[in-house]
Design a protein around this ligand. Structure first.
Ligand code: ADP
Length: 399
């Protein structure tokens, strides 16, 4: 085994320092050439030997070619190795980095977070985002991934530092483009409404005032124009609601779901006898939600539950809550037509409709899913054709 020792401190300070620096430089060069297998570091607790096995040379060369900064540190944070890329990021010669700590490359609060990351890294590894400070005062957004290791009785960390400037820039640009597109689609849908309402209004006037001057076929055409305009209006309303959910800030706070459900049922005759029977259980724990978002989701699910029922059958819906760990699952059971298993996921996708004989836009469940996700929840369904459906919405429980 080829060993290299770092200079001891028994010489005059300046000379000793110079000798140590020269020695360190020579050692590093030897390490990079793969000539040295072990490194002796003199510390306050005596000499420590760090072995660099010859077989690792190809890996060391690989590390040198990488676009990520790479470090090996001891458990006390001393840097034992860094690659050329790390030195370039730090804007500091390698020989000044090896033997020092990571402290200079982080702001105070970031350094505390970095140490926390190392603590939890272990053999599984851990990742975090930080601002990396070079010694010339410039800074970079970085992702640090650390992994603990144990080799021949020595413990330490392997650390990779990736510059994420480009990634951040592209994601900010993407965010901007998405924002512009959302704004565009919102404006265009909003502006489509006025001419559409005019078409519908004039159609209705035609129907009312020109009934006796138009034959049966003409009246049928007018009726279809009015109905189509109505359908388009619903489509625009739903699309607007969808873009609103994407754009709006969604603050979450404790919400009493039973209150929300009861006020929905009381506000719409289609959920009340004689048109339907909606039974809501009493005991609902508080959940973390946005009240407007919850109202939107519950009304859509209830609306579907009373809509997709065979003609002449009284829609019956049963709503209850089930507590699961840190979440509450709200169940909506109906006596409707049911949904084939293979469509259970598809119905949550925009414009996917199975039941053509029923009015609708195919946006409702996509809107529910998006809103629920923004409330950090989940949605799903259990159903079989002809057996009714059980939709569920899961939200975080307030403890
Ligand atoms: P819409 O109700 O406007 O058609 P949705 O996105 O709300 O659109 O629903 C998508 C499709 O899922 C519906 O067209 C219907 O085929 C099916 N569906 C939703 N809810 C139910 C239900 N309770 N029972 C049976 N089918 C349902």
């Amino acid at each position: 085994m080829h060993m290299k020792g770092t200079a001891t401190s028994q010489q005059p300070p300046a000379q000793g320092l110079k000798a140590r620096l020269d020695e360190a430089e020579a050692t590093l060069r030897a390490i990079y050439r793969g000539e040295v297998d072990a490194l002796v570091v003199h510390g306050p607790e005596g000499e420590q030997v760090y072995t660099l096995k010859g077989a690792e040379t190809p890996y060391r060369l690989l590390l040198e070619a990488m676009n990520e900064g790479a470090l090996t540190t001891s458990t006390d944070g001393t840097i034992l190795y860094c690659n050329t890329r790390f030195a370039a990021m730090a804007r500091r010669p390698m020989e000044q980095i090896v033997g020092s700590t990571c402290r200079p490359y982080f702001a105070t609060e970031d350094y505390a977070a970095f140490q926390k990351l190392l603590k939890k890294a272990g053999a599984e590894g851990a990742k975090g985002e930080f601002v990396f400070k070079a010694v010339d005062g410039s800074s970079l957004p970085v992702e640090v991934s650390a992994r603990g290791f144990e080799l021949d009785g020595m413990e330490g960390f392997s650390i990779l530092v990736s510059d994420v400037t480009e990634l951040k820039r592209s994601s900010a640009k993407l965010q901007e483009v998405v924002g512009e597109l959302e704004h565009f689609s919102y404006t265009i849908t909003h502006d489509m409404r006025a001419p559409l309402r005019a078409m519908k209004g004039f159609g209705e006037l035609l129907q009312r005032h020109y009934q006796d001057r138009v034959d049966g076929e003409g009246l049928d055409f007018i009726r279809r124009i009015i109905e189509s305009a109505g359908r388009m209006d619903n489509l625009i309303t739903d699309a607007l609601n969808y873009t609103r959910v994407l754009r709006q800030q969604m603050d979450l706070k404790p919400v009493n779901a039973a209150g929300v459900l009861r006020s929905i049922v009381e506000s719409y005759p289609q959920f009340q006898p004689p048109r339907a029977e909606v039974r809501i259980e009493n005991d609902f724990p508080l959940v973390l939600a946005n009240e407007a978002g919850m109202t939107q989701c519950f009304s859509n699910i209830l609306g579907n539950a009373v809509k997709f029922v065979e003609p002449n059958k009284l829609p019956r819906v049963h709503v209850w809550a089930e507590t699961r760990d840190h979440a509450v699952r709200f169940w909506f059971e109906d006596n409707g037509i049911g949904i084939p298993k293979r469509y259970h996921d598809l119905i949550f996708v925009m414009f996917q409709r199975l039941s053509k004989g029923y009015e609708g836009t195919g946006i409702g469940l996509a809107l529910v899913r998006k809103t629920v996700e923004r409330m950090k929840g989940k949605v799903g369904v259990e159903s079989e054709v002809g057996q009714g459906s059980r939709f569920w919405i899961e939200l975080q429980r307030c403890d």
